[in-house]
Design a protein around this ligand. Structure first.
Ligand code: SAH
Length: 246
C-alpha cells in the first residue's frame, strides 16, 4: 500500500479551462492531490465547468506562490517535458515514471510538475526536479494539451498501482525538498568560502551540482553525511569523523 498520494503540480497554468480539466483527469484516475503555482485567473467559472464532477479536487487544490512551496514535504520530484532535453537528468517514460513515483510515495509524497501551456518548464523549475518524464508522442508534434498530459501520466499511475505497491519502504526515507535546499545553500557557502565558486565566473557551477545531486536521489542519511562533511570543512571546526546514523 502506498502511504502517500502522488501530487500533481501545475506550474503557472494560463488557461483556467485546463486547470479544471486537469482536476477531472486526476479524479477519474483515483487521485486528489493537486497544487497550482501562480495560476492565471483562479478561481474561474471556466475551470469549475471543465472540472465537471471533480469540483472537490479543484477547490481543495493548494495554491502556492513558488514551486518550492507547492512541493512542500515532497521527496521524489519529476518534471514533465513536452520534448527531450539534454540536461543530464534521467528521462523516464510514463510507465517508468509511474513505478518510480509510487515507490517513492511509500516514504513521502512524490510530485509530477507540469509546465505552462506556452513555454513549458524552464531550468529554474527543473533545478528542483530529479528526473524528467516525456510522453513519447509524435516526434514532429509532441506537445500535448496540458490536461491531456496530466491524464496520461495519471492513467499510468493508476495502472501501476498494485504492481509496485508490495515494495518495502527504504531504510532511510528520501531527502525532502526543503532539506535539499538547505544542503545546496550550505554547499554554496562552503564553495564561496573556499574560493572554488568564483562569483565573477560562476560557470553555472551551482546548477551543475544541483543536477548531479538531484540525479542521485539522496536519502536522509546520505544527506546528513554530506552536511556533516561540509560542516567539518569549515575552518576550525576540528571535526573529521562521522559516526553514522544515531
Ligand atoms: N510548448 C511547450 C509545451 C507546453 S505543454 C514546450 O515545448 O515545452 C504544457 C505542459 O504539458 C508541458 O510543460 C508538460 O509538462 C506537459 N506535456 C505536454 N506534452 C508532453 C509530453 N509529450 N510529455 C510530457 N509532458 C508533456
Amino acid at each position: 500500500m502506498t502511504t502517500h498520494a502522488p501530487r500533481f503540480v501545475l506550474f503557472e497554468p494560463t488557461h483556467p479551462g485546463n486547470v479544471g480539466a486537469a482536476a477531472r483527469a486526476i479524479k477519474t484516475m483515483g487521485f486528489h492531490d493537486l497544487a497550482l503555482v501562480n495560476p492565471v485567473g483562479h478561481p474561474d467559472p471556466e475551470a469549475r465547468a471543465r472540472s465537471s464532477g471533480a469540483l472537490d479536487v479543484l477547490e481543495s487544490a493548494r495554491v502556492a506562490g513558488t514551486l518550492a512551496d507547492a512541493l512542500d514535504g515532497c521527496g521524489f520530484i519529476v518534471g514533465a517535458s513536452a520534448r527531450h532535453r539534454r540536461l543530464g537528468m534521467p528521462e523516464l517514460d510514463p510507465r517508468e515514471c509511474a513505478a518510480e513515483v509510487l515507490r517513492a510515495c511509500a516514504a513521502r509524497p512524490a510530485a509530477i510538475v507540469f509546465g505552462p501551456e506556452r513555454a513549458g518548464l524552464t531550468n529554474d523549475e527543473l533545478d528542483l526536479c530529479q528526473a524528467l518524464v516525456y510522453i513519447p508522442a509524435n516526434p514532429a508534434y509532441s506537445s500535448l494539451n496540458l490536461a491531456a498530459a496530466v491524464q496520461l501520466i495519471a492513467w499510468e499511475l493508476r495502472a501501476a498501482q498494485g504492481v509496485v505497491l508490495d515494495t518495502p519502504p527504504p531504510e532511510s526515507p528520501p531527502a525532502g525538498v526543503e532539506d535539499m535546499d538547505l544542503f545546496y545553500e550550505h554547499l554554496e557557502r562552503v564553495l564561496l568560502a573556499s574560493g572554488f565558486l568564483d562569483t565573477g565566473n560562476p560557470r553555472n557551477l551551482m546548477r551543475r551540482l544541483r543536477r548531479l545531486f538531484n540525479r542521485s536521489r539522496l536519502d536522509q542519511n546520505e544527506l546528513n553525511i554530506l552536511r556533516g562533511i561540509l560542516t567539518s570543512l569549515a575552518p576550525g571546526s576540528g571535526r573529521r569523523d562521522w559516526t553514522g546514523p544515531p
